[in-house]
Write a protein that binds this ligand. Structure first.
Ligand SMILES: Cc1cn([C@H]2C[C@H](O)[C@@H](COP(=O)(O)OP(=O)(O)OP(=O)(O)O)O2)c(=O)[nH]c1=O
Length: 200
């Protein structure tokens, strides 16, 4: 295989976590960040997997359709992460009470975190959904309220951040850790190789 050098990529995301994870994998990569402004609301009774895939593709599509010709040659990446409980996506909390409610539902149980990736290079579209199982320990209301008061829940699917103080809510995970934070680096490097880009 003739490997191509990967010098620059487009990231269709406003998430600082995704930027940091991409930098972890590819520290010398030049990154053009172009957040995708799309409607992220659920349509009917969409399952978690369908939802994340639809939204990652919609984000990639929005940014790809607005790209100047000078940037069209670079690979473009979009992602979407959801916390799924009993098959249903929970979304992000609207306010502190919403975050308390979400964390009460997650307490003492297992849930899934699903991230969809859409990686686009010209006419080639590669997509994937990665699932990690996360088990929360039993949390009492006082702990939940103290955690929400840290402000960490805000813009996070399921109302917690495993990369932050939310790590203390978790008993164990099965699967990719970076997937929970919003960008599964194992799958991303596999998709990049499929496009002919080597990570090393
Ligand atoms: C469960 C969990 C989610 N999250 C974050 C990852 C995602 O950024 C966010 C889910 O929202 P997303 O809609 O996937 O992403 P975003 O709105 O932050 O950014 P963009 O749409 O522009 O790409 O939740 C954590 O940071 N830590 C966690 O432990």
């Amino acid at each position: 295989m003739d490997w191509k050098p990967l010098s620059k990529m487009l990231l269709a995301s406003a998430s600082p976590r995704r930027r940091e994870l991409l930098h972890q994998l590819l520290p010398s990569l030049q990154l053009e960040v172009r957040p995708a402004d799309i409607d992220e609301s659920q349509v009917g009774k969409e399952a978690g997997e369908e939802l994340v895939l639809r939204l990652a593709i919609a984000k990639a599509h929005r940014v790809a359709s607005e790209l100047p010709a000078t940037l069209a040659q670079y690979p473009l990446l979009a992602a979407d992460t959801e916390v799924v409980l009993d098959g249903r996506p929970l979304g992000k909390p609207e306010d502190a009470e919403g975050a308390v409610n979400l964390l009460q539902r997650l307490s003492g149980r297992a849930h899934e975190v699903k991230t969809a990736l859409a990686l686009v290079q010209g006419a080639t579209w590669l997509t994937a959904v990665v699932t990690t199982q996360v088990v929360f320990r039993h949390l009492d209301d006082e702990e939940i309220r103290a955690y929400v008061a840290t402000g960490e829940s805000g813009d996070k699917a399921g109302g917690y951040a495993i990369q932050g103080r939310g790590a203390a809510l978790v008993e164990r995970i099965e699967g990719s850790y970076t997937n929970v934070v919003g960008l599964p680096l194992e799958k991303l490097s596999q998709l990049l190789r499929e496009l002919g880009y080597k990570v090393f």
